[in-house]
Design a protein around this ligand. Structure first.
Ligand code: ZN
Length: 492
């Protein structure tokens, strides 16, 4: 007995040495190879220099990595991934690092892996004004794409708070939303073609600039919203649009959100596709914006409960449409007051209020956050029911509900009661999330409207997705990334 047990142990020890070594590259061999491949300009392994790539803005997640790697071309990305795949070394793709769910922060199961920054993939490969397309690499900053589109007399409509630093590769990987979704759709809707490096280093060139291409499975949609778990988007063909000659902006105030939703319906019926934004915010949002952000000023004399920022963009007649719908809404008692911007500067001032809210909230202590969507017809009910629920659960809580009501997407954020202990308050995060997400799902909604899953909502994905949906997602992950090197521990 003793002898045979010893024999077994000997075999176990011998297997990895004798059989595995020739075919399996070690992590350190892969890292050495990557370092040589990208050279000093594309390689960071000093702890202090890696730091900005290893945590996210809100401070919720902090990670570790063996190195931050910055390839300069698609071919380099492919060579890096080939080495990582051979060694089973994890890779976290990272763009502008403006995500809100920890999707770009490393969480390697074995503590080993690299961050792959797309920063140096920053070429604009083509602008075709007649075809209304722009072909860009993943690391191009969103605001830069907007600027180049404008120079070409066109519009690239994706627009969000982080546009000055977020990169298009990240926008597409996370299927970003923002303030123009109502008219132009989210990031996914703005893409005609993609170039993707797969986990094993193969390059899929799907950079087709076609409006019609009905040739089997539409693979590009697999990689958008996958948060880098299936491959790395290295370039994209994006849709451009005609530039609306004018825009008109108004802020209106009402006693409840349901009335504002009726204004949305009327505005859509009258303005059609000229309606390009319909953002709502509550009194608390306006109060803190005024208090903490100098550029944000409430244009009304009286406080109101709910507000909607409305933008129409298009040609002749949009101002008259905006005026008429708001006048009728006033007459019918749907709204209490309204202001129309008389100039671009005034329009910017109204937007400044809406845009100040996320920043203002940081000065009001701890905040329990939700990024949820419901059918637009349920937004009023959601706000009412969710507010009653959290006020009962968290006495003194200050609801900061704002966002893209025209898309049914509300940022339902809950600022701590004044003077409360921040740490103790934030301990309610999971419990309150659960209650709100259960409510949202009961209304046929989503627990993540535009921010994604990352690390923050992994548990929700398992809780709310059906077995069929989860098994399909796992099957795709197994097919495209059988060694689980692509952003391991995220989404699924
Ligand atoms: Zn948003």
């Amino acid at each position: 007995m003793k002898g045979s047990a010893g024999h077994k142990v000997l075999l176990f020890v011998l297997l990895p040495d004798v059989i595995m070594r020739p075919i399996m590259m070690t992590h350190s061999q892969a890292l050495q190879g990557i370092c040589e491949l990208v050279g000093p300009i594309g390689w960071i392994d000093a702890a202090d220099e890696m730091q900005p790539y290893l945590h996210e803005e809100r401070g919720l997640y902090e990670g570790t990595a063996a190195a931050v790697v910055k390839p300069a071309s698609t071919a380099e990305v492919a060579a890096v991934l080939k080495l990582c795949n051979e060694a089973g070394l994890g890779v976290v793709p990272l763009g502008g690092n403006t995500g809100l769910v920890g999707g770009g922060v490393p969480d390697f199961p074995d503590g080993q892996g690299i961050v792959l920054s797309t920063q140096r993939l920053n070429a604009v490969r083509d602008v075709d004004a007649l075809n209304q397309t722009i072909t860009v690499e993943a690391g191009v900053i969103l605001a830069e794409i907007q600027r180049i589109a404008e120079e070409a007399g066109t519009l690239f409509p994706l627009s969000l708070g982080a546009e000055g630093s977020c990169q298009i590769g990240g926008n597409l990987s996370t299927n970003a939303g923002g303030v123009q979704v109502l008219r132009y759709g989210n990031a996914r809707d703005l893409v005609l073609g993609l170039e993707v490096v797969l986990a094993d280093g193969r390059i899929w060139n799907g950079l087709r600039a076609l409006r019609k291409d009905n040739t089997g499975y539409d693979l590009k949609h697999l990689f958008m919203g996958a948060e880098g778990t299936l491959g790395i988007i290295t370039a994209a063909v994006l849709k451009l649009f005609p530039r609306p000659p004018a825009r008109e902006t108004a802020l209106c105030a009402a006693g409840d959100a349901g009335s504002l939703l009726q204004v949305l319906k009327r505005m859509r019926n009258s303005a059609g596709e000229a309606l390009s934004a319909f953002e709502i915010m509550n009194r608390f949002g306006i109060e803190i914006a005024e208090k903490h952000v100098p550029s944000a000023n409430d244009p009304f004399d009286e406080p109101h409960r709910e507000y909607a920022l409305i933008e129409l963009s298009g040609g002749n007649g949009i101002r008259e449409t905006l005026e008429t719908v708001l006048e009728e809404a006033l007459e019918d008692g749907l709204i209490d007051d309204a202001v129309l911007a008389a100039s671009t500067a005034q329009s910017d001032e109204l937007w400044a209020i809406r845009e100040a809210i996320p920043e203002a909230q940081k000065h009001e202590g701890g905040s329990i956050k939700h990024d949820v969507s419901v059918p637009v017809s349920s937004v009023g009910d959601f706000l009412e029911e969710a507010t009653s629920l959290v006020e009962a659960e968290l006495p003194g809580v200050r609801v900061c509900a704002f966002g893209h009501a025209g898309d049914g997407n509300i940022h339902f954020n809950l600022s701590q009661p004044p003077g409360a202990d921040k740490g103790a308050y934030l301990e309610n995060w999971g419990r309150i999330n659960r209650l709100i997400h259960d409510m949202v799902m009961g209304m046929g909604g989503s627990f993540s409207a535009e921010h994604g899953i990352g690390q923050l909502k992994r548990g929700d994905l398992v809780r709310y997705k059906s077995d069929v949906e989860l098994s399909l997602m796992k099957a795709m992950k197994m097919t495209l990334d059988p060694k689980n090197i692509m952003n391991p521990g995220k989404v699924i």
